[in-house]
Design a protein around this ligand. Sequence first.
Ligand code: AMP
Ligand code: ZN
Length: 431
Amino acid sequence: MFWQKEFETMKRDKLEKLQLKRLKETAALVYNKVPYYKKLFKAKGVTPGHIKTLEDISKLPFTTRDDLQKNYPDKLLTIHHHDTMRLHTSSGTTGKPKAVFFTRKDIDVAANNIARCLTMTGVTKADVLQNMMSYGLFTGGLMMHYGAEKVGALVIPSAIGNTERQLLLMEDFKTTSIHLTPSYALYLSDIFEKKGPAFRKKIKLKRAYMGAEPYTEETKKKIEKILKVKVYNSYGLTEMNGPGVAFECEYQNGMHLWEDSYLMEIVDPKTDRPLPDGETGELILTTLTREGMPIIRYRTRDITAIIPEKCKCGRTHRRIMRIKGRADDMFIMRGVNIYPQQIERVLMSVAHVEKNYQIYLDEGDKIKVKVEITKKLFDGNLEHLKKLQADLTEKLRTEILVRPSVELVEPGSLPISEGKAKRVFDNRKIY
Ligand code: AMP
Ligand code: ZN
């Protein structure tokens, strides 16, 4: 199903023409209205007039997380903040947050993109969407709320946590779709397992939208099996309006990125060289329709690739692959680049492994993985435990090329996260 078929299936040449028009407008807007951008453009020796083709975007300066923090609270606005309507900040943990302002039109465009996402996965006004994301400065709550309202679904703003109440709402109001982080989904799936099949039979759940943090295909499969839902990957970031930037369609094979709102590039994060479709690198995004706070060539630090093939659904907006990691959450151990997602993928593919785990990096380039295992195995035969430990160690070594020490712990013994999970504890003195 389409929300705006004419835009979602627009011929590529027409779409690219629209992108170029919007890129020129956006570049002129920031150049003329935001002194900081004028300075960045001048430092690169470019003006908006230099943009003649879409490829010319590579002449423009990047915007980094640091630029946003330096211009905190409102120095990147094109208008006075009296003319904006909403503020969101990013969940960054260190230093000043990144503040993003929205006009009425900006919110409307963001909500419209989410309406496209929900509609392509089958949501209609007859659906009930329980939004289990925190409502506040984080975009996951309010932005998804506005998008689902646009479709006309009944939205339950249950926010995150208070799991017993979530289950009650789900049962009483016949929730069909939920929106949540993968870490909360893992927590929820534990509760579902405890409640047993009788509870699952009472509820009408069909789909889960999972995003806001990285997770693997294996985690997705685990959640699909336990919750008995289809899990759709949802990608977004505060700087780019939050959820609804890229989303899986009914074919669940990569996420369509709405190219009439964002211009995407993939660059080599080390050399900044643009990479062709299909190659893995850092995703760079430019807003094409934002009025209040347009952003040029934002370095997301997210590692992905553009899928060159057309999608069977007929949408012409290109897809990106599941996020492989962050250019900055990657860690280096004995010269090997390691993504926490690689470790998760191995853990989740092995029987008797539960959902919670932690990675410790210690002096002397030591890596320790603590992982919860099933109660039955934990209380059982020591030989079986040893075998699982050896098996995991070997599988992890093959994947990350470093031999970790593996500690098997009792289920429920690692701290549970209802927000974004902290998985990696780096105790090395790197600097
Ligand atoms: P925030 O601005 O706090 O919402 O965080 C945005 C960041 O969360 C992105 O830059 C990604 O690193 C991460 N993120 C969001 N959605 C996903 C997703 N579906 N898969 C992997 N990472 C994601
Ligand atoms: Zn598709």
